[in-house]
Ligand binder design. Sequence first.
Ligand code: RAM
Length: 358
Amino acid sequence: MLRTHHRLLTAASASLLVLGLAACGGTTKDSASSDGGAAAQTGASADPNAKTKEGLKIAFLPKQLNNPYSDVETSGGKVAVGELKGEYKLVGPNDASASSQVSYINTLIQQQQDVIVVAANDPNAVCPSLNQARQAKIKVVSFDSDASKDCRDAFINQATTQGIGESLVKMANELAGGEGEIAILSATPNATNQNAWIEVMKKELAKPEYSKLKLVKTAYGNDDDQKSFQEAQGLLQSYPKLKVIVSPTTVGIAAASRYVSSSNYKGKVAITGLGLPNQMREYVKDGTVKKFALWNPADIGYLAAYAGAALASGQITGKQGEKFTAGKLGEYTIGADGEIVLGPPTEFTAQNIDQFNF
Ligand code: RAM
């Protein structure tokens, strides 16, 4: 595990599903950030004792603005930027399509932000503009959904990709009783995070212990509530023997649960995946959903802001092994490929859901 600090949620620690992986102020680009975005590649060295700069302009660009998940994520970022005495900004598109973020990045470059924190809707579409930002000495932190690793300085991953994929298959298997048809209801077809999780899921499903589970289809609801609702409906119509819909997106799992809870499929078809406890509570209480997982999205935004400030202050460059302190979350160590893992996800059930409010 890369994580060296203690996690929150102590009240609910029994329910934590550990997945077994396990310079000074100013907003201008001064000397401390003169190594630019390419520090990690050019061999520029970090100064862990450098003072955290005040007044940093830290801009958040989530996948899309009208997603409750992004709202929680960026709320944590805003708190962290406040603690860091920086300037917080939030911009973003209303849809999560591949190229929807490019114009926002270009504007953030013109505004001379110090840090851009981005959840990429497509790992490559954002790359040319992110690299322009880095040439302009803006530090780029991807969070939630990674950009290609050659166009960002660090990536805040919510949990390990392997652990999330394994957990999704494990929950689906339990809910299917070890055999039968399952389907995936994903976000957009280009989403880096969902695609990485689905790849792990497929590898898991190829293992002998899951030989009786059959993945019949991966559908895409594009992180749009209505489209996700319709796709859930379509899956159930097309696959009458479907036992479980696994939705690795908070938008998809909520829409699928809403559909199933008010249909004849309630109690017959299970829904699981990654959801926000506040959105899923009613479906857990009405019996539609037995279990699902997530992390606290606010912590991802919080950690991303601190990583961005550490980069912009010269404390880290994004190289493996560098350490920095992220406020209340404690110390983190950068892993391979500039990845910083928040921590293990939590599994939610009827027993523990009321302990969470996000
Ligand atoms: C949706 C988005 C986000 C993902 C969560 C789990 O809100 O796709 O990127 O991390 O679900």
